[in-house]
Ligand binder design. Structure first.
Ligand SMILES: [Zn+2]
Length: 451
């Protein structure tokens, strides 16, 4: 609830903050959340939904688009920037990653007093998987069990694996210790059903003789002939592993090179599930350019074709009388047309190509146009400046298109060009170390400006 209050007050204080600022605000508010609460209790779905809807409204609200339209799916916004998102934390997944630490501790620190208490009260972590629900279970324990059994959480236990030493902490059948996805119980269920040692630890299922481990497996009955093949494979599996008397059993967290659980790596794993983004675009490039965050977010929206062009507004059921391009009035205002192929804007790109002495057709979809410009035509050029130019020019086109629509100011190519040049120059001036070229000099030597 605290988050709601903080978010609401943030909205009240910043009614006009732009998208880039709002993204930063959402993340910083989340970081200021009482992490302790999120790492202790599972956030109820009802509250999580409410918070996400607040975050979403806040992000898309304000004066930019007049109407609060969620232009990009929330799941995609929560992807990291490399994958085409904005890196906003998904609350539910972050909560799960924080709580995962308890499960990790239950597994790996079985000697700690609090773990021993939980072991005797609830049956420890194995009870999370199979244990019954009791009326005396605390809320916290119920939350943990719910989380553990949740489908999305599977990837967390798949990344926890035992490395057996002397085998005194690992249950032979029920824990994963052979470096495989499944337990021996799952892999050899037929043999498990006739084992007399179903709950035993590895160390009690054999003994060391002169530092060599010998198995002593006990069965309820002799094997049938048809079971022999399975038994051979089973013996091969377990004898391939060397137990070591002097080493302790260790739980390893496979998602981090240190082998230790971290919220960050767990969150990354949880977020990588079901991620379908990756539009084949090098989004990382956009974020590493030396441009203001506002320009980066504008580019992100343009590449994803999520700017409020007339065609896009129409797709989102906004009633408009005129869907045509406000510049030429001869085609629908799709992003590809407005920015790259309209007769009022295409000349701006031709002129830019002349500076690098290149000619040829340019694609019309924002994605392919961006890829070709920033990656295909970049050879021998300064990518930061050349790709920055793409962003400066598209930003200026968008600004002048809005001036035309909302203030009736005519769209004049030469003005758009001047504005874009000044933008590109001012970004370099503000953000590139050692860039000291005066604007007049820079803009009259454009053939060299992108080298
Ligand atoms: Zn047009």
């Amino acid at each position: 609830m605290l988050l709601c209050l903080v978010l609401i007050s943030a909205i009240m204080l910043n009614p006009c903050s732009m998208l880039a600022g709002r993204v930063t605000l959402i993340n910083s508010v989340l970081n200021a959340l009482p992490i302790y609460l999120l790492s202790f209790f599972k956030i109820p779905q009802r509250i999580a939904d409410r918070l996400v809807s607040l975050q979403r409204n806040f992000m898309w609200g304000g004066d930019l688009d007049q109407k609060k339209i969620p232009w990009v799916k929330w799941d995609n916004i929560c992807l990291n920037k490399r994958e085409g998102g904005l890196g906003i934390k998904n609350l539910v997944k972050f909560n799960a990653a924080l709580m995962g630490r308890w499960i990790w501790e239950l597994y790996s620190n079985q000697n700690q007093p609090w773990v021993r208490v939980l072991n005797s009260k609830y049956g420890g972590w194995s009870a999370l998987q199979n244990g019954k629900v009791h009326c005396w279970d605390s809320h916290w324990w119920k939350d943990l069990r719910r989380l553990y059994q949740h489908n999305d959480f599977k990837i967390i236990h798949q990344n926890m694996a035992w490395k057996a030493g002397c085998g005194d902490k690992i249950r032979f059948w029920k824990d994963r210790w052979l470096g495989e996805e499944s337990t021996l119980q799952q892999k050899y269920s037929q043999l498990f059903s006739i084992s007399k040692q179903q709950n035993d630890f590895i160390s009690t299922m054999g003994s060391f003789s002169q530092n060599i481990w010998r198995w002593d497996l006990k069965w309820r009955r002799h094997l049938f002939e048809h079971e022999e093949g399975v038994a051979v494979a089973f013996m091969e599996d377990i004898t391939a592993y060397t137990l070591q008397n002097h080493l302790k059993d260790k739980l390893l967290w496979k998602a981090d090179p240190s082998g230790l659980y971290s919220t960050r790596s767990a969150y990354r794993l949880l977020s990588s599930q079901n991620s379908t983004a990756l539009d084949g675009i090098n989004f990382q490039l956009v974020w590493k350019l030396k441009i203001p965050p506002k320009a980066a977010i504008f580019t992100w929206r343009l590449i994803k074709d999520r700017l409020p062009t007339r065609a896009n507004l129409h797709r989102r059921n906004v009633e408009l009388q005129d869907l045509t391009c406000p510049l030429c009035h001869s085609e629908q205002e799709e992003a590809g047309h407005l920015f790259f192929h309209c007769r009022y804007t295409v000349g701006l790109w031709w002129e830019s190509l002349r500076w690098i002495q290149t000619f040829g057709a340019l694609p019309s979809s924002p994605t392919s146009h961006f890829s070709l410009w920033c990656e295909g035509l970049v050879a021998g050029r300064n990518q930061n400046r050349w790709c920055g130019w793409w962003i400066a020019l598209t930003s200026a086109i968008w600004k002048h298109r809005n001036l035309l629509i909302f203030q009736g100011i005519p769209f004049i190519n030469s003005k758009v060009m001047d504005d874009a040049l000044f933008l590109a120059w001012s970004w370099s001036k503000a953000r590139v170390k050692g860039f000291n070229i005066p604007f007049n000099h820079w803009s009259s030597h454009l053939m060299e400006a992108f080298d």
